[in-house]
Write a protein that binds this ligand. Structure first.
Ligand code: T6T
Length: 321
């Protein structure tokens, strides 16, 4: 393996690409391997690898958990790729494990989630060492969800956020954006306590039943990621409240898109995970071959709702299983 520091130094000296193309080896470490969001991200990463003629491996844990992600990351570091693209599963707990990668001379870029405050290469904070952050704008996405929710419930009533657990940058920011938008622009909507489900759709479903028991007039749920949204929809359906309670989903696997067709889910904010994987690989390749790269790369959203769910152009935004 050619180490990043050596690569950069050679590139600076020679002014030419530092790695031969076939030598570039990148590993993508997802939040978890069985999530359609990361499976789709890997497809984008593989498309970029093919375009560049390089190798990208996909290695991850089966659950979204820093305790499980750390040994996977250590094993990847031991194999010594040139760069690691990683969706860190906790903003603080993954800082030290990722520092070990940098100390081993491996370039680190985070995709989807960030460590520390997500402001990299600014000399501030313990976790400013990754070279770049490639992701959706999750605060903006949370604000979008709030606007769709407010529109659907008529700017009044009680809603809540179904979320994973605190400490995950993406889902924390979605909740933040959702609540900020509600507080600033929709004073008639009361946002109830967030329900944390540990990325377990069954728990998210039973939490809806419990919220309904406490607040029979609850009018909406924002599922802040794929499993939260799936569970919220199942909970609403199980309680016989489909059509009465609005469900706004973050993420767009086929199951959630199907729930839009039946009217159970009102709208899904589809991220563009393939774009994250593609540009993550491109950024790593650029850095490894001596180019400077943007410290943040923002990717887009597509909103899927009843108006466009049957549109053939929407199909490419549905996540792969
Ligand atoms: O929402 C995505 C991802 O952006 C988030 O960081 C974790 O959950 C998902 O993978 C969906 O399950």
């Amino acid at each position: 393996m050619l180490r990043f520091a050596k690569v950069a130094a050679v590139a600076a000296l020679m002014g030419t690409p530092a790695l031969a193309q076939d030598d570039v080896n990148i590993t993508l470490v997802p939040g978890l391997t069985t999530d359609a969001f990361y499976i789709t991200m890997n497809k984008g990463a593989q498309a970029a690898a093919e375009a560049l003629g390089i190798t990208v491996e996909f290695q991850g844990a089966e659950e979204f958990d820093p305790v499980l992600q750390t040994p996977v990351l250590d094993a990847v570091i031991a194999r010594g790729p040139d760069a690691i693209l990683i969706a860190p599963t906790d903003t603080t707990q993954m800082i030290e494990p990722l520092r070990r990668a940098v100390e081993a001379g491996i370039a680190v870029i985070t995709v989807d989630t960030f460590i520390d405050d997500g402001m990299y290469q600014d000399g501030a904070g313990d976790g400013d060492f990754p070279l770049s952050y490639v992701a959706s704008d999750n605060i903006a996405g949370g604000r979008m969800a709030a606007r769709f929710m407010a529109d659907a419930v008529g700017s009044t009533g009680k809603v809540y956020v179904s979320n994973v657990r605190p400490g995950i940058s993406t889902t924390d920011q979605r909740e933040q954006g959702f609540k900020e938008e509600m507080a600033e622009n929709f004073p008639g909507i009361e946002v109830l306590d967030t329900q944390f489900n540990e990325n377990d759709a069954s728990l998210a479903a039973s939490q809806f039943q419990a919220v309904l028991a406490r607040h029979p007039d609850v009018s909406g749920v924002f599922g802040a990621n794929l499993f939260s949204a799936l569970g919220a929809g199942n909970g609403v359906e199980g309680a016989g409240k489909s059509g009465d309670v609005t469900v706004i989903a973050f993420d767009a696997p086929q199951s959630i898109v199907d729930n839009i067709s039946t009217g159970l889910v009102d709208a899904a904010i589809a991220q563009h995970p393939a774009e994250i994987g593609y540009f993550g690989v491109m950024a790593a390749y650029a850095a490894l071959t001596g180019q400077s790269i943007p410290v943040t790369i923002g990717t887009g959203f597509t909103v899927i709702d009843a108006d466009n769910v049957g549109d053939p152009d929407i199909a490419k935004f549905i996540y792969s299983e």
